[in-house]
Design a protein around this ligand. Structure first.
Ligand SMILES: [Zn+2]
Length: 381
C-alpha cells in the first residue's frame, strides 16, 4: 500500500524553543515499568472530518499507544511504561490536546514532559487520515507515544545513511518556513543525533519513528523507507524493551567508561555515590584540557543542560551553536566553546565544585560522572 502524507504531517513542530532543546540534550527515560497517567484535555475527541468513521475513543487511542507496553509483556519483561487514563488531573504525566484546524502532531520526548507547566499539553494529536492512508492516525499515535517514551527520530540515528540532500532539504524548508527557523528546524528534526543511550540499536528504516523522506529532498542513493512506516517494526518491538531493561543492552556500542552513565532511575533519588559537590571545594581551578577530556567528551550531548546550569542564557547557547553547527562534531565543539567561555568567570564560579553541582542537577543527571573525576584529579595532584 502506498501511503504518503503531506509535508505538514511530516514536519512536527515543537511548542517552545527552550523545550525543543531538551529533545537533543537529554536522555529522558521514565522509571522502568512506571504507570504513566494520561489526561485528555479536550472534553471530547474531535471527529475525523469527512471520513465517516466518527469518533475514536480514549480507550482506543491508549490501546494503540500501549502496543509499546505490550512489547514488554509479550517478551516476558514488563518494563515498558503503561499508559493509563486518568480524569481531570493537572499532574497527569502525559497531557494530550487535539489539533482541530492547523498544526502538527508533536510530543515532548520522555521525561521532558515533566518540565511542562502543570495543566499544559505535553502532546498534540491530529488523527485525521487521508483516503490514501486510512491508517495514518494509528501511525501518529504510535509515533507520538513513542516520543513520550523517549524515542527519538530514527532518521536522526547517528548511523543512518545519508537520507536527504542538504541543499534540497534547505530549499524545501525555505519554501515553507521563515528563514530564521530553518537551521534550527534542521538541527532539531533532521540532523543526526549525537550517540547516546537511545541509540543502542542499529538504524532501522522500518521504525515507526522514521519519517518518510519526501522524494524531492532525498539523497542521491536514498535507501530509507519508500512508504510511511505505520506499524511498530520488529526492531521497534525489541528495542523498546531493551531501552527499558536495566540488565541488558546497555552500552553495546558506546563508550561506557566510569562516567558514561546510562540513564538510571536510581539516580532520581539523589546522589548514590558518597562524593558530594562540597567535596570539590578544595580542588584547584580546573584546567580547560581536563574539563574537556574528563567531562566534556563523555557528556557532550548534554552540553546545553550543562551550559544552562553553569549560568549561560538560552540565547547565548544558541549563539554558540550557530558558530559551531557546521563543525564535524557540533556537540563536542559547543561543549568546548562553552567551557572556555565559562573559564572567563563571568557566568558562574569557575571551579570543579560548581561543575559537580551542575552534573547532579536532575536535568543533567550525571551523578556517577561527578564522582568519577575525583580519583583522576587526585592522581594529578
Ligand atoms: Zn516525531
Amino acid at each position: 500500500m502506498m501511503c504518503y502524507t503531506d509535508w505538514m504531517t511530516l514536519v512536527e513542530k515543537d511548542d517552545g524553543r527552550a523545550d525543543e532543546l531538551w529533545v537533543l540534550t537529554d536522555e529522558d527515560l521514565w522509571l522502568v515499568g512506571k504507570t504513566l497517567k494520561v489526561r485528555f484535555l479536550d472534553d471530547r475527541i474531535p471527529a475525523w472530518p469527512n471520513d465517516g468513521r466518527g469518533h475514536i475513543t480514549e480507550e482506543e487511542i491508549l490501546k494503540i499507544a500501549n502496543e509499546w507496553h505490550q512489547c514488554g509483556v509479550e517478551q516476558g519483561k514488563d518494563v515498558v511504561p503503561e499508559f493509563v487514563p486518568c480524569g481531570a488531573d493537572d499532574t497527569a504525566d502525559i497531557r494530550v490536546k487535539f489539533i482541530v484546524d492547523s498544526g502538527c502532531p508533536r510530543s515532548k520526548v520522555g521525561t521532558a514532559a515533566t518540565r511542562v507547566k502543570a495543566g499544559d499539553p505535553t502532546m498534540w494529536l491530529d488523527l485525521k487520515s487521508p483516503d490514501n492512508c486510512p491508517s495514518l492516525y494509528k501511525r501518529t499515535i504510535r509515533h507520538e507515544f513513542g516520543h513520550a517514551l523517549d524515542l527519538k527520530h530514527e532518521h536522526q540515528h547517528p548511523d543512518a545513511p545519508p537520507l536527504t540532500d542538504p541543499r534540497k532539504l534547505k530549499e524545501y524548508l525555505t519554501q515553507r518556513l521563515p528563514p530564521a527557523e530553518i537551521d534550527e528546524k534542521i538541527r532539531v528534526q533532521w540532523a543526526a543525533l549525537a550517540r547516546g543511550a537511545s541509540q543502542k540499536s542499529k538504524y532501522d528504516k522500518e521504525s515507526v519513528m522514521h519519517y518518510l523522506i519526501p522524494e524531492v529532498v532525498r539523497a542521491n542513493k536514498y535507501v530509507g523507507p519508500t512508504e510511511l512506516p505505520i506499524e511498530l517494526s520488529d526492531c521497534d518491538k525489541t528495542n523498546i524493551v531493551l531501552f527499558y531493561s536495566k540488565d541488558t543492552g546497555s552500552g553495546t556500542d558506546r563508550d561506557d567508561g566510569p562516567g558514561g552513565s546510562i540513564v538510571d532511575d536510581s539516580g532520581e533519588n539523589g546522589s548514590k555515590g558518597n562524593i558530594k559537590p562540597e567535596d570539590f571545594a578544595s580542588f584547584p581551578r580546573p584546567k580547560l584540557v581536563d574539563l574537556i577530556n574528563i567531562v566534556g567528551v563523555r557528556v557532550k550531548v548534554k552540553w546545553r543542560s550543562i551550559g544552562l546550569g553553569l549560568g549561560f542564557k538560552d540565547w547565548e547557547l544558541n549563539g554558540i551553536y550557530a558558530t559551531k553547527c557546521r563543525e564535524l562534531d557540533p556537540p563536542q565543539e559547543c561543549m568546548t566553546e562553552g567551557f572556555s567561555q565559562w573559564k572567563s568567570g563571568l557566568k558562574s564560579e569557575y571551579s570543579w565544585k560548581k561543575l559537580a553541582e551542575v552534573l547532579v542537577l536532575p536535568a543533567v543527571n550525571e551523578i556517577e560522572l561527578s564522582g568519577s573525576y575525583v580519583p583522576k584529579l587526585t592522581n594529578k595532584k
